[in-house]
Design a protein around this ligand. Structure first.
Ligand code: ADP
Ligand code: MG
Length: 541
């Protein structure tokens, strides 16, 4: 009977199946994600055909994914009303490998001790993961093409499969897994619901388990902002961030140029690293057309934005992109650059429109932006604008731009000074001249601040200098009241005596006009502030 064929799997598929069937993987449950993602793809394609005005068989069928469980028979079916497959497509898609995915995946699995089966979908061979839990797989499929004949495909995974005609079907695909004895948990509704919530919560089609719709969470990042309520956003945040509270900030945006992006990003209220949780994993997952490509992607944002949570979806990503290709993909770099730029712009908008909220953000996550400034030159200009400091002129945090705006007309430099707190800084003799001249000084607290400022060197053409630099050239110095000064001779005698007394503890003793009340001051000969010198001393130990 020509309608009833027995076919051999392609050699590479055989090899892959052999590994899949005979290996004990702990994360077997990912098979469900793979089959659901295939069902969602098939539905997505059908949706496209409909949108494109093509004739579609069983037009009236609603686009959804059903899961039927039979505990007695130890089986599970995944049913979709998607595009379906013809006989040729079944042979092509489930028996041969169009791309080199299977070979690459086998190589990946055999190299070293990397055995992350989770990646199977990223190699474009997700279907075969069904054989991790099933001793027999049956695929009944009816193509959407009017007039196509339905077919049943069967395999036990051992080298061959059969195909026969089946006239009883409606459009779409039903995949039935006769579960292995040790995989009985996958015929139980609570297990299946849990797995779906974990991996497929945002599949953009209803998923019904035993007729009950369970994925209430929608792919809200692809919706219009005015279609999403604040409550939806908060719920979604709790889901993606594993959080129990609400986010501090939220950015929802879409763009078509220079690259297609739908993104929904959140900043939490608390910084876990600050609570001693160790280094955080990145918190943004990468989707392509609402199908998860990479959870907690390390590639999609720079490491210093690891506190950001959310979802990025780009239609331009190939669905089967692997982690290896992701790292050096020009597309991913472009995505990262655009996304980072947009996020920093958003922070700048926040700073302008809701400064109090921004300051709260800065207090919690400012250190990450400083990390960005110190390690990443790509976004330097945007990051500099986001810096905040305490200031001698204001109780509010000040940006470098605030400083410029308040600057005296002929002032040429931006001054800063490092100290443990405001009181100590303000009592310091270094500050005398600045109080006297009514010049603003930014107060830095951490060596990291000084490191960044000395790296920057200038802002908008104004030199940035630490007030403890010896060659500090303070505007209008010389006009200080000299009436009670020592004579030149007395000064010289004092200097000679000090040099003798201090010996090689100092490199130089000089007359200075910067002090008002204190008799003497210690200054740094180099262009390094004291806090950086302290840091360097620590590092050299
Ligand atoms: P990938 O999804 O990355 O292409 P898979 O191994 O998961 O790799 O699936 C192989 C192919 O089988 C798919 O590309 C698709 O053409 C076809 N396929 C699998 N499941 C379905 C389905 N439910 N409906 C229609 N086609 C399917
Ligand atoms: Mg797939």
């Amino acid at each position: 009977n020509p309608q009833n064929q027995t076919m051999e799997f392609q050699a590479e598929v055989k090899q892959l199946l052999n590994i899949v069937i005979h290996s004990l993987y702990t994360d077997r449950e990912i098979f469900l994600r793979e089959l659901i993602s295939n069902a969602a793809d098939a539905l997505e394609k059908l949706r496209y055909q409909r949108v494109a005005g093509e004739n579609v068989d069983n037009e009236e069928l609603s686009l959804e994914i059903g899961i039927e469980l039979n505990e007695e028979q130890n089986s599970l079916s995944i049913i979709d009303t998607g595009i379906g497959m013809t006989r040729e497509e079944l042979i092509q898609n489930l028996g041969t490998i169009a791309h080199s995915g299977s070979k690459a995946f086998i190589k990946y699995l055999s190299e070293g001790d990397k055995k992350d089966f989770n990646l199977i979908g990223q190699f474009g061979v997700g279907f075969y993961s069904a054989f991790m839990v099933a001793e027999k797989v049956t695929v009944e499929s009816q193509s959407y093409l009017p007039g196509a004949t339905g077919c049943t495909w069967r395999s036990e995974g051992a080298g061959s499969y059969t195909i026969e005609d089946n006239a009883e079907l409606t459009r779409g695909t039903r995949i039935t897994l006769k579960l292995k004895e040790d995989a009985q948990q996958f015929s139980k509704a609570e297990t299946i619901k849990r797995i779906i919530k974990q991996y497929s919560g945002f599949v953009p089609f209803p998923i019904l388990v035993q007729g009950e719709k369970i994925n209430t969470v929608q792919a809200i990042w692809t919706k219009n902002k005015n279609e999403v309520s604040e409550e939806d956003y908060n719920e979604f945040y709790k889901y993606v961030a594993n959080a129990y509270d609400e986010p501090l900030l939220k950015l929802h945006f879409s763009a078509d140029a220079p690259i297609n992006i739908n993104a929904l990003l959140f900043v939490p209220k608390t910084n876990l690293e600050g609570f001693g949780f160790g280094r955080m994993e990145p918190g943004v997952s990468l989707y392509c057309r609402k199908v998860l490509i990479q959870q907690q992607s390390k590639e999609i944002l720079p490491d210093w934005l690891r506190f950001v949570k959310g979802v990025v979806d780009s239609e331009e990503l190939p669905l089967n992109i692997s982690r290896e290709t992701m790292q050096d993909s020009a597309l991913i770099s472009k995505l990262r650059r655009v996304l980072t730029g947009r996020f920093l712009k958003f922070l700048n908008e926040q700073a302008k429109n809701s400064p109090e909220k921004y300051n709260e953000f800065w207090e919690t996550f400012g250190a990450y932006l400083k990390e960005g400034l110190a390690t990443d030159f790509t976004h330097r200009n945007e990051l500099v604008k986001l810096l905040r400091f305490e200031s001698s002129k204001s109780e509010q945090l000040a940006s470098l731009q605030d400083y410029l705006d308040r600057m005296k007309e002929d002032q040429q430099q931006i001054y800063y000074f490092n100290g443990p707190n405001r009181e100590t800084i303000e009592a310091s003799p270094y500050m005398e001249i600045f109080k006297d001249k009514d010049l603003e000084v930014l107060y830095t607290r951490e060596a990291a601040d000084d490191y960044i400022l000395s790296q920057l060197g200038e802002f908008e053409g104004k030199k940035i200098v630490s007030v403890d630099q010896s060659d500090l050239d303070i505007e209008g110095f010389a006009d200080r009241d000299q009436a009670q000064s020592l004579s030149a001779e007395e000064t010289n005698d004092l200097i000679t005596w000090l040099k003798d007394a201090l010996g090689d503890k100092v490199t130089e003793v000089k007359e200075s006009k910067r002090l008002a009340d204190s008799p003497a001051i210690v200054l740094n000969p180099d262009h390094l502030s004291s806090s950086i010198q302290r840091m360097m001393q620590l590092m050299n130990k």
